[in-house]
Write a protein of this length. Structure first.
Length: 281
């Protein structure tokens, strides 16, 4: 199963689940959970170093690319922008004005760096799923999605507590204005769960589920198409070719989903920040 598959999805066949050991050489086929296993970079160093794997390196590369991109865009700014500066300013203005300013409102400037970095990091790591050297979206590993959701959770709760105080923020978060006292016993637990528990869970799961499902669909079409091509039967070979051709449409859809999910995650984070610091709740 090297050949086409090895070129298109280079990491899938190298990854082996720890529980499969030496018998896991075919890990990742048929496409399933095993296709998302991480590969330790230094397996000879034992399980204590298993955390240092190819997907962690991928996330670090993504962070480096984001930092490098924005440093490059900010380098040698001119009054009359060139193509590079125009691209950077256009993207920055979309995030600054279209998300931070329009959603957060007053004092939005202090949240712009986080929102720009958040969108950029998610986007780059989502697009890794279509880049031939990686062919794996980082956030199809749920731990990375949890990490970003926790960061956003800490941000909007932190700024809310800083502005209103701990108990003041807790009251505003769990008890909307105008609710009759008879309904407090029902509303307070629901609002607490909704605002403080469910939000980070849905943030992470939405990002993870879309990237996981998309990558799994890509695997089905690419690996299934490769198997059909290698069958040697004319009809199956034709079906395999059609499957691989159609997979490019799936790649295009995944690019759209990657951009959309980065935007949605950033917008929801801005909305949660806005609700935490809003004068009227």
């Amino acid at each position: 199963m090297a050949g086409v598959t090895g070129l298109l999805i280079p990491l899938e066949w190298a990854a082996e689940c720890a529980e499969q050991g030496e018998e896991g050489a075919s890990a990742g086929f048929p496409p399933g959970v095993s296709s998302f296993c991480s590969r330790p970079l230094f397996p000879e160093m034992g399980e204590n170093w298993a955390w240092l794997n190819n997907h962690l390196v991928q996330a670090v590369v993504g962070a480096a690319l984001v930092i490098g991109f924005w440093l490059w865009m900010a380098h040698r700014q001119k009054v009359v922008p060139g193509k590079r500066q125009f691209l950077g300013e256009a993207l920055y203005n979309v995030l600054r004005n279209g998300i931070a300013r329009d959603i957060v409102g007053h004092d939005y400037q202090r949240f712009v760096p986080y929102l720009v970095a958040l969108f950029s990091f998610i986007l780059v790591n989502n697009l890794f799923g279509e880049f031939f050297l990686f062919m794996f979206p980082t956030f199809s590993k749920i731990g990375y999605a949890w990490a970003l959701a926790i960061l956003s959770w800490l941000l909007y709760n932190g700024v809310g507590i800083a502005k209103w105080g701990f108990f003041g923020y807790l009251k505003r978060t769990t008890l909307p204005a105008g609710v009759p006292k008879a309904l407090w016993v029902l509303i307070i637990p629901l609002e607490f769960l909704s605002n403080l528990v469910v939000r980070p869970i849905t943030l992470a799961l939405r990002l993870f589920a879309n990237l996981f499902a998309g990558h799994l669909v890509v695997l089905v079409f690419v690996l299934g198409g490769t198997l059909l091509l290698e069958s040697g039967q004319l009809g199956l070979v034709a079906a395999g070719g059609a499957s691989l051709i159609f997979s490019f449409a799936i790649f295009g859809l995944e690019i759209f989903v990657g951009v959309l999910q980065a935007y949605i995650f950033t917008v929801l984070t801005a909305q949660y920040v806005s609700s935490a610091i809003a004068e009227e709740h």
